[in-house]
Design a binder for this molecule. Structure first.
Ligand code: ATP
Length: 204
């Protein structure tokens, strides 16, 4: 049993539409617990009263629609205005970071994964042992997100522009998974899974 003592904490990141969630799903199938920071952040925004009040004070009542976070509206505001994005991040990130810490200590596995679109930008990578980057070329990411979210090319490009460039991001990662519709994803994840189990054995 590990109970968090010698359990590796692995970050999983990549640009919008790179395939983080798809890769995280394969790790989950392999029995690895995954903390989805973006979903937890959204959950906190909707259900944490203190955070809800702060968001309403900052953005107005439009931020919620029938009690649900109006994600599309909020995204359209913050992705056009870096200052608003910084203000939003300053409210949400510390709480999400704390939620991840609370979650880590409850896990018992060879290693655990924290999936987050922003790991380098938000200091959310603190305390992680290794970071996996998911890389896909921009034209594939744009197509995937346009299709998944029903956005225009310009809207996707605006979101990509707000993130640290993938070229820089991937250099900061310890492992890179290439999700370019050419190389088999499952094979790469399986190989990394074996490697991380070995690393955990040596670490412990
Ligand atoms: P975001 O940062 O926006 O949450 P993400 O990095 O988590 O994106 P995914 O949601 O995993 O990316 O992938 C984006 C879209 O592309 C999804 O609709 C997903 O099903 C699709 N996709 C990802 N990888 C592949 C692949 N190898 N083959 C086909 N479709 C893929």
């Amino acid at each position: 049993m590990n109970f968090g003592f010698f359990m590796l904490k692995i970050g999983l990141t990549g640009g919008i539409g790179s395939g983080k969630t798809t890769v995280a799903h394969i790790f989950k199938v392999l029995g690895i617990p995954v903390f989805d920071a973006d979903t937890v952040a959204k959950d906190l925004m909707e259900n944490n009263t203190e955070l809800r009040d702060k968001l309403i004070a900052q953005f107005g009542t439009n931020v919620f629609e029938s009690g649900k976070l109006n994600r599309k509206w909020l995204a359209s505001i913050v992705f056009q205005d870096p200052h608003q994005l910084d203000l939003l991040n300053a409210q949400v990130h510390p709480m999400t970071l704390q939620a991840a810490e609370n979650w880590f200590v409850q896990q018992d596995a060879d290693y655990v994964i924290k999936e987050a679109a922003l790991l380098f930008e938000a200091g959310a990578g603190a305390g992680l042992d290794f970071i996996i980057g998911v890389f896909a070329p921009p034209h594939i990411r744009i197509q995937r997100v346009m299709q998944r979210d029903g956005l225009s090319r310009e809207e996707v490009l605006a979101r990509i522009d707000r993130q640290v460039s993938d070229t820089i991001k991937m250099k900061l990662c310890d492992f890179v998974i290439v999700n370019d519709d050419q190389q088999l994803l499952t094979e790469q994840v399986l190989e990394l899974h074996q490697k991380l189990i070995q690393l955990n054995i040596h670490n412990g």
